[in-house]
Design a protein around this ligand. Structure first.
Ligand code: SF4
Length: 280
């Protein structure tokens, strides 16, 4: 059995390197945060399963050295739900992007949250579909440009944390790739939480989102400018509680947003099945 306490890089599949991510992409920081969280939580490598959908971020499942499923677009949570029901002893982590999770996979997200199934969804939220060259996603800011919104998006974005909370998620948190240690710590707490947990990871796609929205990011749209944007627009939850809606306009809240105890779906389902079982 691999000793996970010494070096989280052992949890990377070296034979899959080099990875496909662009220079300056935030996906590697999120993946590192996940691996650090697994190590900090003291999990055994063969007791963790990672499930991803499709997109740049979902490639992370190919690099993470666990039993992994790289599934179809939007269906990561559906596959993960089946896996968790079949193997409740596993810690199941879903790695997904904002498009994968909140657009085509939106229904799976809300129903997993409603059921409070014991999964951790780590959302690589870069506000775009990077792999298919920068279409706008459900989290693209109003007015931000994309290949499918050359004059700017006319739509309001989802707040993924509010969506998950409203649907019933019992652990919800957000951080950014700029706040990498906090991100790892929140993912660890999400993994330890029993029930459906979601961590909204604000990350950067300089190649498509930054480049098309230079005016938002210091006029350059490069990776450094995007990290500075994360630093300057994130408000810790403790500070946000003292701020008015007007003061929070254009900002986003980071930290632990929801943490409540409630029976998880696998537990409820097992109880129901046992209570209905007919003795032979
Ligand atoms: Fe990252 Fe964007 Fe490049 Fe995809 S296209 S690897 S999200 S920077």
């Amino acid at each position: 059995m691999t000793d996970l306490t010494s070096d989280y890089t052992k949890l990377l599949r070296q034979e899959r390197m080099p990875h496909i991510w662009c220079s300056g992409c935030g996906n590697g920081i999120v993946l590192q945060a996940v691996l650090r969280a697994v190590v900090s939580a003291g999990l055994e490598q063969d007791k963790v399963a990672v499930v991803s959908g499709i997109g740049c971020s979902s490639r992370a499942a190919l690099y993470a050295n666990f039993d992994t499923l790289h599934t179809t677009h939007g269906r990561a949570i559906a596959f993960a739900t089946g896996l968790k029901l079949a193997r409740p002893d596993l810690t199941v982590i879903v790695l997904t992007g904002d498009g994968d999770c909140a657009a085509i996979g939106g229904n799976h997200l809300i129903h997993a949250a409603r059921r409070n199934i014991d999964l951790t969804a780590v959302v690589f939220n870069n506000s775009t579909y990077g792999m298919t060259s920068g279409q706008y996603s459900p989290t693209t800011a109003t007015g931000a440009k994309a290949t499918t919104a050359p004059y700017g998006s006319a739509e309001p974005p989802f707040d993924l944390c509010k969506l998950a909370e409203a649907a019933g998620a019992t652990y919800v948190a957000r951080s950014t790739t700029y706040h990498a240690p906090q991100l790892a710590s929140l993912i660890e707490r999400a993994i330890r939480h029993r029930g459906f947990s979601l961590v909204d990871c604000i990350t950067a796609c300089p190649t498509y989102y930054g480049r098309r929205n230079r005016d938002m990011f210091d006029g350059t749209g490069d990776a450094v400018a995007m990290m500075k944007w994360q630093r300057d627009h994130a408000v810790p939850v403790s500070q946000a509680r003292r701020m008015s809606p007007e003061e929070l306009e254009g900002k986003f809240v980071i930290g632990e947003l929801v943490n409540v105890e409630s029976p998880d779906y696998s537990e409820q389902y097992a109880k129901l099945v046992l209570s209905k079982a007919v003795p032979h």
